[in-house]
Each structure stands twice: as structure tokens, then as C-alpha cells.
Ligand binder design. Structure first.
Ligand code: PLP
Length: 284
């Protein structure tokens, strides 16, 4: 495997940044994960737009122009012979002597890796996955895709130890914000497709945005609003979305079985629509 580190393509095993990189010391950086599906990137431009937004919110300069970035992404896929997989890219404020305020002359660090992934299929899709609910202990700017992921790591570990696939984080008022690495969706008993409105409490997933567009085209009854964990447990269907899990049905939330315990038709329909989109208009 080959990685890209600050201007160089290097063997993955040797890919390293300095110990005084602010990403390492302060989690002072942002990242993106882009799906590669059948040889092409999916929603590349929206991901790069979100990267720019995350950088802007933290006042980290862009490490390179967009055309240069896009050519590094392509070169990395070529060198790693990725047909289906993902690109991970991370930009930090750079290397500087450890001190909390922004350094004066740091150059942002850009690292990029690519790997093959197996798509969630078969049982995980038909039978759905289980999620647990946990308190949302994150900060108030979850709209920024930063590498400060400790609460997400702890939440996912808790899910894993409970034999679940994901943890849905619940705010103080009992409303689901999102998963630790996915957005959360339900279909209510009267057939309304619901996902939380995007504000500073959640990451506005690129997959979420694409699914909203696809749902609208399919004339689904769609509402962007908060829903409580109680409402979710009574839902007809539930699912999660992200660049690497697309739409993955959820059939159990804590101890509550969702619907009839099998993947629901709205979620499966959106999954199909998303995969068509990934092979069609979404690819670059
Ligand atoms: N929410 C969180 C906290 C995430 O980390 C992610 C993706 O990693 C998502 C939602 C889904 O975002 P996207 O669809 O852009 O992958």
C-alpha cells in the first residue's frame, strides 16, 4: 500500500508525521472519507466542499488547490489499485512547538491513504444491525468534521462490547443526534421518513444529503426534525447512513425490535437508489 504524506508518495508502513504535528498533540485537524465504488469516487465534490468548510471553521489554510488535491486522490487510487474502497484524507494545522494558540508559520499537513473495503451486504443488510443508545457527550460543534473523535471512539467501543454495530447518541432532552460515525434515520408508523435537521449538533453527512435528494425524487414523505429515542424504538423502520455504510438497516435499538425485525422497504429502496446514484450521476 502507498500513502501520500505532505507531497510524497511513500510505502504505507513508512507513512509518518512529526511528533509535534498539531493533529497528534491537539486533534487540531479535520478529515474526510470518500467512497470509491466500481473505480470512481462518489460525491467527490461535496466531500471537498465540506473539507473546505471544516478548514474554514477552524481557520486552517488549504494545503493545496482543489485541482491539485483531486489529482493526488486519483494518483493514490491508481497506485493502490482501488476498485471499491475509500480514500481517507486529513489536514492538520501542521508542525509547531507545542503551544495552544495557532502557530505563526506552520504549513498545514496533508496525509492521504486509500484502502479496499468490502461493502456491507448479505446478512447485515437483510437482517439489519443493532444499535444501542448512549448519552451524547460531545462538544457543541459536531458540524465540523474534526479528528477529535474520542467520544465517538468510546461510543463505538461500547456498542461493540454490547454486541451492537453502532451507538446512537442522545442529547439531554432525549433526542437522537446521530451515530458515532453515521447519521440516524427512522420511518414512523405513519410512513414519514425522518432524520434530524442539520445544525451544530450533528455532522451533515454527504450521504445524508444525497439520500434527502433521492427521497425527494421518490416522493417519500420526508421531514428533517429531531426524534426522541422513544419515538425511534416505536418506529416502523430505522437505518443509518454514511459514505462507507450507505444505508444500513437497523432492526434493534437497545432491546426494542424495530418493525418485524427485518430490513424495511423504505430503507432498502433508498439503499438501492443510492447504489444506482453511486454508479451514475454521483460519480466522478
Ligand atoms: N456523523 C458522524 C459523526 C460521522 O463521523 C459520519 C461519517 O464519518 C457521518 C455522520 C456520516 O457522514 P458521511 O455521509 O459524509 O460519511
Amino acid at each position: 500500500r502507498i500513502a501520500y504524506v505532505n507531497g510524497r508518495y511513500v510505502p504505507h508502513a513508512d507513512a509518518a508525521v512529526h511528533v509535534e504535528d498539531r493533529g497528534y498533540q491537539f486533534a487540531d485537524g479535520v478529515y474526510e472519507v470518500v467512497l470509491v465504488y466500481n473505480g470512481r469516487m462518489v460525491d467527490e465534490i461535496p466531500h471537498l466542499d465540506r473539507l473546505d468548510r471544516s478548514l474554514g471553521e477552524l481557520r486552517i489554510p488549504s494545503p493545496m488547490s482543489r485541482p491539485a488535491l483531486r489529482s493526488v486522490m486519483r494518483e493514490l487510487l491508481r497506485r493502490n489499485r482501488i476498485h471499491t474502497g475509500l480514500i481517507y484524507m486529513q489536514v492538520t494545522r501542521g508542525v509547531a512547538r507545542r503551544d495552544h494558540p495557532f502557530p505563526k508559520n506552520a504549513q498545514p499537513s496533508l496525509v492521504m491513504t486509500a484502502k479496499r473495503i468490502a461493502l456491507p451486504t448479505g446478512a447485515a443488510v437483510e437482517n439489519g444491525v443493532r444499535v444501542i443508545s448512549i448519552p451524547d457527550i460531545r462538544w457543541e460543534r459536531c458540524d465540523i468534521k474534526t479528528v477529535a473523535l474520542l467520544p465517538n471512539v468510546l461510543g463505538k467501543q461500547q456498542a461493540k462490547e454490547a454486541g451492537a454495530y453502532e451507538a446512537w447518541q442522545v442529547d439531554r432532552d432525549g433526542y437522537v443526534t446521530e451515530g458515532t460515525s453515521t447519521n440516524a434515520w427512522i420511518v414512523t408508523k405513519d410512513g414519514e421518513l425522518v432524520t434530524r435537521n442539520a445544525n451544530q449538533a450533528i455532522l451533515n453527512g454527504i450521504t445524508r444529503l444525497t439520500l434527502l435528494k433521492l427521497a425527494e425524487r421518490e416522493n417519500l414523505r420526508l421531514v428533517e426534525r429531531g426524534f426522541t429515542i422513544e419515538e425511534a424504538k416505536r418506529a416502523r423502520e430505522a437505518f443509518i447512513s454514511s459514505a462507507t455504510s450507505f444505508v444500513t438497516p437497523v432492526t434493534q435499538i437497545d432491546d426494542a425490535v424495530i418493525g418485524n425485525g427485518k430490513a424495511g422497504s423504505v430503507g432498502l429502496g433508498l439503499r438501492r437508489a443510492y447504489l444506482d446514484y453511486a454508479e451514475g450521476e454521483g460519480r466522478t
